[in-house]
Design a protein. Structure first.
Length: 227
């Protein structure tokens, strides 16, 4: 696992990029990264451009914390994701425009586009509404994320998880783009939905998406004798 100081700097850079990319505005949203002592998370109610790497709050898995500022009010979601998903190295929560607009309709996103498979299944679920910062919100999010890498939070925003900060930010940006595509498609009617068989084909291909692959042998010369 990376040195904690490196993780602190990476977390702050990620939080600032969330604002620069339009995923968040002001102090909305939060991000965290797993570390040896639990996880580091952005502080509550603080503008990221006013923070230093040392201001990232350390939270233990029992909920106790250390730092100059209290952790984000959503720390329970992050803690519970790390407990339930050992492959998760980072978690990002955003109030991004298109994901939040869809979440305010409490609507899941069906397989209108094959890139839904990027997030682990045939749809994107929407967790039921619960007050921010509560265990009820965390419980609903964990259920919505079962076998998924992203979900919506009703009347709230979105969540994404990945193996590290870089992948998680990339997934969140892809997810927001997918939400925009769905929102725009719905403006001209109900989009056509891919069948279960069509999505099964895509999911099979996505099992190796972005993974290192062995090199294929070069093709034989055109004039080579058959073996």
């Amino acid at each position: 696992m990376m040195n904690e100081n490196v993780l602190r700097a990476g977390l702050l850079a990620t939080a600032r990029e969330m604002v620069a990319s339009g995923l968040n505005a002001g102090t909305a949203g939060n991000a965290s990264v797993r570390c040896a002592r639990g996880f580091l998370i952005t502080p509550t109610g603080r503008a990221y451009d006013e923070l230093a790497a040392d201001d990232m709050t350390l939270v233990a898995m029992d909920g106790s914390w250390q730092g100059a500022f209290a952790p984000s009010s959503e720390w329970r979601i992050h803690r519970d994701i790390y407990a339930a998903r050992p492959e998760a190295g980072a978690v990002l929560h955003a109030h991004s425009p298109f994901a939040t607009a869809i979440a305010c309709h409490r609507r899941a996103i069906p397989a209108f586009h094959y890139m839904i498979a990027r997030f682990g299944g045939t749809d994107i679920r929407c967790a039921p509404y619960a007050l921010f910062g509560t265990q009820a919100l965390s419980d609903g999010a964990i259920a919505a994320l079962d076998e998924r890498r992203a979900c919506l939070l009703a009347n709230h925003g979105m969540l994404a998880l990945g193996r590290d900060l870089r992948q998680t930010l990339a997934l969140a940006l892809e997810f927001e783009t997918l939400c925009e595509h769905y929102w725009r498609a719905c403006q001209i009617g109900s989009p056509s939905i891919l069948s279960a068989a069509e999505m099964d084909e895509v999911l099979a291909l996505f099992e190796t998406y972005g993974q290192p692959q062995p090199s294929a042998p070069p093709p034989p010369p055109a004039d080579a004798e058959p073996a």
